[in-house]
Design a protein around this ligand. Structure first.
Ligand code: GN1
Ligand code: MG
Length: 366
């Protein structure tokens, strides 16, 4: 996808029902998939404007219908309990002709949200208290959607957290060796193939009914929650592109992967990368509280597996993309995906060492 010129961004702004004329456009460089801009209009109000990556999200209208349905549902719940409907969930800005987004002459799909003011998004958290609040917020997200009819949701990326399938795709990438990199990452590949049997744990439990299917966010990394810039309270969950039916363990796991880690997912110095059991424990307590007691005994019992498997899955995805020649994730330098894969593998290895302690911990919570 070619990046738009400033003029093209401004032209697209003209399609949206913004409350005033655009006075400033800033590039915001956090996501790995979509391209994001912060728009300021003359009243001072700000918006998030994004190009949705349609190579990955094939049906942008389906994605946007999911987001509108889910955020409307959450907003109604917030209103019913006198909570903050302005900042508590995202608001999609319609186009001037009432659509949820628009396609520019180059074929790029754009959508816009209100900017949630006075919030920050973090790549790492430093206190267990803050992380517990993040856990509570993601648990709460699931609780609020517990009465949402999952069959209304379009499956924006089929098999998104099907770890078994991710592993099969990874083996195919090794076999194909598209970028000629296989020989240089033999150790990493071996680590993953040695852990192959772990990949089916959640998928099989969902299939057999051992784990319930829920409406899940599916991308609950730390940076997908906005925290109040002063109080550090969790304010708003963002990036709902992958809201789909799934397992609570996916949501739990992705937060652990990113938040119970001592460094960002692309920290090149592995000596700085550690799994933090105290953060795991803090998050777990918050998450269980946030779900309002809705988790089954089996789900609680498998929470440590959730953190472990989603981290392993992420390693598989990053290394697979590295082997494919970096066709999926945005990268900033040639080995970026390899650096990311290595941090994830280090975390997996450390989680393994803590596994019995984590199991004891969740057992004692019931
Ligand atoms: C992608 O675009 P971003 O950064 O929100 C990816 C997630 C990964 C994450 C790794 C649709 O999310 O699944 O966990 O990168 N999203 C998609 O940082 O593949
Ligand atoms: Mg995302």
């Amino acid at each position: 996808m070619t990046q738009p010129t400033n003029q093209q961004v401004l032209a697209v702004c003209g399609c949206f029902a913004f409350a005033g004329g655009v006075i400033d456009v800033k590039v915001c460089g956090n996501g790995h998939i979509n391209s994001t801009y912060i728009i300021t209009v003359d009243s001072g109000k700000r918006y998030v404007l994004q190009i949705l990556n349609t190579a990955i999200f094939k049906d942008p209208t389906g994605v946007m219908n999911n987001i509108v349905a889910v955020t409307d549902h959450i907003r109604k719940g917030l209103a019913a309990h006198g909570e903050d409907t302005e900042r508590g969930t995202m608001r999609v800005v319609p186009t001037k002709d009432g659509q949820n987004g628009c396609t520019d002459p180059e074929g790029r799909f754009w959508r816009a949200y209100d900017f949630v003011e006075h919030t920050v998004c973090r790549l790492t958290v430093d206190s267990p208290e803050t992380f517990a609040r993040v856990g509570e917020a993601f648990g709460d997200f699931q609780r609020r959607l517990a009465d949402f009819d999952a069959s209304r949701l379009y499956e924006s990326i089929p098999d998104f957290h099907n770890t078994k399938k991710r592993y099969a795709d990874f083996l195919a990438a090794v076999e194909k060796n598209a970028a000629g990199r296989v020989d240089s990452v033999k150790d990493e590949i071996k680590f993953i193939t040695d852990h192959a049997e772990k990949c089916s744990l959640i998928v099989d439990a969902l299939e057999s009914g051992d784990l319930p299917l829920r409406v899940t966010h599916n991308d609950t990394k730390l940076s997908n929650i906005l925290l109040d810039e002063v109080t550090d309270e969790a304010v708003c969950i963002i990036d709902l592109d992958t809201v789909m039916p799934g397992s609570s363990l996916y949501d739990f796991g992705d937060s652990i992967r990113t938040g119970a880690a001592s460094a960002a997912e692309d920290e090149p110095n592995l000596d700085k990368v550690h799994f933090l059991p105290e953060m795991f424990k803090a998050y777990t307590k918050g998450f269980i509280k946030g779900t309002g007691g809705a988790l089954t005994e089996r789900e609680v019992q498998m929470l440590p597996d959730g953190g472990y498997i989603i981290t392993l899955e992420q390693a598989i995805r990053f290394l697979g993309d590295y082997l494919d020649g970096d066709t999926y994730y945005h990268i900033d330098y040639p080995d970026h995906n390899l650096v990311r894969a290595r941090t994830q593998l280090k975390l997996v290895a450390e989680m393994e060492a803590y596994m019995s302690e984590l199991r004891e911990f969740v057992k004692a919570l019931r």
